[in-house]
Each structure stands twice: as C-alpha cells, then as structure tokens.
Design a protein around this ligand. Sequence first.
Ligand SMILES: Cc1cc2nc3c(=O)[nH]c(=O)nc-3n(C[C@H](O)[C@H](O)[C@H](O)COP(=O)(O)OP(=O)(O)OC[C@H]3O[C@@H](n4cnc5c(N)ncnc54)[C@H](O)[C@@H]3O)c2cc1C
Length: 304
Amino acid sequence: MYDLIIIGAGPAGLAAALDADYLRLRTLVLEARKAGGALSQMYPWKKVDSFLGLPGMKGQQVSDRIVEHVRSAGIEIKEGEEVREIHAGNPFRVVTKDATYESAAVILATGVRGVPRKLGVPGEDLPGVIHFLPDPGKFKGRKVLVVGGGDSAADSALGLDAAGANVWLAHRRDDMRAQDESKEELRKSKVKILWNTEVESVFGHGKAEGARVFSNKTGEKTELRCDTVLICIGSESTKDHLERLGIRMERALVKVDEDGMTSVPGIFAAGDIVSRIKRIPQALATGERAAYSAYKYIKKPYWK
Ligand SMILES: Cc1cc2nc3c(=O)[nH]c(=O)nc-3n(C[C@H](O)[C@H](O)[C@H](O)COP(=O)(O)OP(=O)(O)OC[C@H]3O[C@@H](n4cnc5c(N)ncnc54)[C@H](O)[C@@H]3O)c2cc1C
C-alpha cells in the first residue's frame, strides 16, 4: 500500500515524485516504457532549449539527469508497467498487465502521446523493432522498414532517407494521411513505398533481421530483409479510459482545479495532459503542484 502512485515517468511524473518524497509520501512511479518520457523516447538527439541551468543538453542527457536525480532519492520507479485500469475507491487500485497496486491518491502524468500501438504480429518484441526514431544519423547505410501512413511514418521515412538509410515504407492503404507536403517530398525521395501492404511477422535470431509482408489486394507475400522495423501506427489513447473513470476532459485536456485535482477526488493530473503550453517547465511546475496537493489530500494537515 502506497500513499501515492504516479503514472508516467516523464518530467511531470518525476517532478511530482521528487516533491512527494520530500513531503515523505510513500511513492511508487509506474512507467509503461523507460523513465524519462518524451525527452528520451521522442527526441534523445535534439537539443533541449528550455531547461533552466542545463543549456545545450540533448534530450537523452536531460532525461538521464532527471531520472538519476529521482532514483538517487530512493524513489521506486517500475519500468515496463503500463497502467491499464484505475479503480477509484479507498484505496485506489491501479492495475497493470502483471500486478495491482494500491494507494491513497494517484497522479496521472501520462503525457499526450500515449503508449505506441502495436501491430500484434509475431516477432514484434524482437530487438530492432522500434516505435520512435532516435538519431536518424545512426541509420546511415542501414535497411529500415517503416510501417504506417500518418505524419510520424512519413517524417521518419524522410528523416531516414535524408540520413542515407535504405527505406521501405509499408502502408496498408493506397494513400497516406500524412501532410500533402510530406507526401510530395516522399514522391521525390528514394523511399520505396509499398502500398496496400501489411506486416505478417518480423523474423530474426535474437534481433530483427527482416519482415514478412503481404499485399492486402493480391495476397502476394514478400520477405524484406532489414536491420530495423520502425512501427509508426499511432498510440493507444488514454482518453477513453480516463472518461470511463469519470475524469472530465475539456478540449482534449484533463480538466483540473487550481490544485491540479481532476473531477475524481484523490486523482490528480500534471504535465502535457493538463497544459495548453506543452513544455518541460510547465510539466515540472504542474507535477510539483499535483504532489503538494496530493500530500494535503492524504495527510490532511491542520493548516490546509
Ligand atoms: C519532438 C519534441 C521536441 C520537444 N522539445 C522540447 C524542448 O526543447 N523544450 C521543452 O521545454 N519541451 C519540449 N518538448 C515538449 C516536452 O517534451 C513535453 O512538454 C514534456 O515531455 C511533457 O512531460 P510529461 O511528463 O507531461 O509527458 P511525457 O514526457 O510525454 O511523459 C509521459 C510518460 O508517461 C508514460 N505513460 C503513458 N501512458 C502510460 C500508462 N498507461 N502507464 C504508465 N506510463 C504511461 C509514457 O511512456 C511517458 O514516459 C518537445 C516535445 C517533442 C515531441
């Protein structure tokens, strides 16, 4: 039984965790992927332009610093623990694939990108199958299969092409949802687009060495040998789940009061899911506010 469970270990969740620890709350952080949030998952190679006191650092470096800071305080972060359900009550029950945890309060800090959607095909969990593009430059001369038809698939394929990778783009339809400008650039690029094509499986010994794809028009099967499979088919939105819980949303944001509490008493929210301004300083500030408010909610100090 914890005082507080924080869902998501990005800047908001980590700031909340540090503050909760300072306030002596017994805290658990549950993270679906790896701690660090968008910094390490989306732009590890990019310079972070807004972190006061840490000029010129890249996303991964900032992520390492903030994760290390929280871990060194002795705060428990469980990675690979995607939260699937929250049952409101006293205590709250927070359910992941393998376990159920209990706490007196919960902070949602899941960001807006959700958890990458999976194809649901054999071999998808092999090393070499990725859902975000780290430094495109690392793929120079490599063979990469990008799967998807939206902006992130198009941008990733273009970024890889510009970096000198050999790129296939497999899309299950005969047109893409991506911006017209990207589609135009794709036409001019060396990216080989496989229309009406779906992935049947990823194969390899210990790591991805290729994918078996098939045409959903003709049924024809092809084996593509590649080093990396980049799956860009969107994210599992947490919105439906939040609404099912009775958490009120307003224009795609979780609605919170001035203490950062949602419409469900005891559930707080922080970071990109509550902020119009989606920046790290905002995430840190709302994370701290949520932790402080959770402390008041749990401990009910006389001065509250
Ligand atoms: C390409 C790009 C560049 C950016 N550059 C800058 C910049 O230079 N400066 C700046 O200030 N901001 C920048 N931002 C914005 C900044 O990264 C975000 O505002 C910030 O990361 C928000 O923090 P967060 O903790 O709310 O969410 P996130 O960082 O998105 O973290 C949320 C975490 O929750 C986890 N999670 C999601 N669902 C679940 C679940 N069900 N169970 C468990 N865990 C879950 C995710 O895996 C993730 O780790 C950039 C964003 C992008 C996409």
